[in-house]
Ligand binder design. Structure first.
Ligand code: ZN
Length: 251
């Protein structure tokens, strides 16, 4: 059976002498793994399609009950070439595709998530949009779409409002108020203003990200909060390779 999907390349792996295995995230069927035979030979015309972050239209042969399908042909929908002009944006885009790849279950169709991914890559490749804000928006919307919506308004234990901030610890996966939280070496405190911005990003449509303004220490705090929360709830995101590159860049 021949199928046609719209998809974004998440990762690729060389296979044999001339082939590649490509993992994509598609609008129609969610994660999709294809083997593309002969595409690494010098005569191949499609090799350039298979860079992570490329948005493609793909035709493949579908074999039922198989985890690996056969690539037939592909066309570029959007190369997001703006990413290649800016190393920071390219690195963040790699974090975006790896975070999505490690967070999703196999064979679950989720068109909203596909759209979020495509919109995020488009924002990151646009030099006029803040890449940090585009990333925070993606990160929070991804958590929300996957059912890990962080509750930032109230303490998870006593339900008191978290207007002045809240804490997360290794044994406390949800935010707690000062009275309920048992401080430990690993506790992190998130201020009321960061929680306010988190709530704003969770409710935003993504078109109004220019409203957000954070100083460097607030940026760091939001970053630490998001990753601490994500590592706790989605274990497979621990040890992300692209994140190591980003840490080397920013210390
Ligand atoms: Zn409390």
């Amino acid at each position: 059976m021949i199928e046609k999907v719209e998809a974004i390349v998440l990762k690729t792996l060389n296979h044999g002498d001339t082939s590649k295995i490509i993992t994509l995230y598609s609008r129609e069927v969610g994660r999709l793994k294809l083997i593309a035979k002969g595409v690494r030979s010098p005569k191949s015309k499609v090799m350039g399609l298979f860079q992570p972050t490329r948005h493609l239209q793909v035709i493949y042969y579908k074999k039922p009950n198989s985890g690996l399908q056969m690539f037939k042909s592909g066309e570029l929908v959007n190369g997001f070439f703006g990413l290649e002009e800016d190393f920071d944006r390219l690195t963040l885009a790699q974090v975006v595709v790896e975070l999505l790849d490690r967070s999703i279950e196999d064979e679950q169709t989720h068109p909203q998530l596909f759209q979020l991914l495509a919109d995020t890559l488009s924002r990151l490749s646009d030099g006029n949009i803040s890449s940090a804000r585009a990333f925070w928006f993606f990160h929070l919307q991804l958590l929300k779409e996957l059912g890990y919506h962080p509750h930032v308004r109230h303490c998870s234990v006593c339900q008191a409002p978290l207007e002045t901030g809240g804490s997360l610890g290794v044994a406390s996966p949800h935010l707690e108020c000062v009275k309920c939280h048992q401080p430990s070496q690993d506790s992190i405190f998130v201020s009321g203003s960061i929680l306010e911005i988190t709530q704003y990003l969770l409710q935003s449509s993504g078109d109004d990200l220019g409203q957000i303004s954070l100083n460097p220490s607030e940026r760091r705090s939001l970053w630490d909060f998001l990753w601490r929360y994500t590592f706790y709830h989605i274990e497979s995101t621990r040890g992300m390779k692209s994140l190591k590159v980003l840490r080397q860049l920013y210390g």
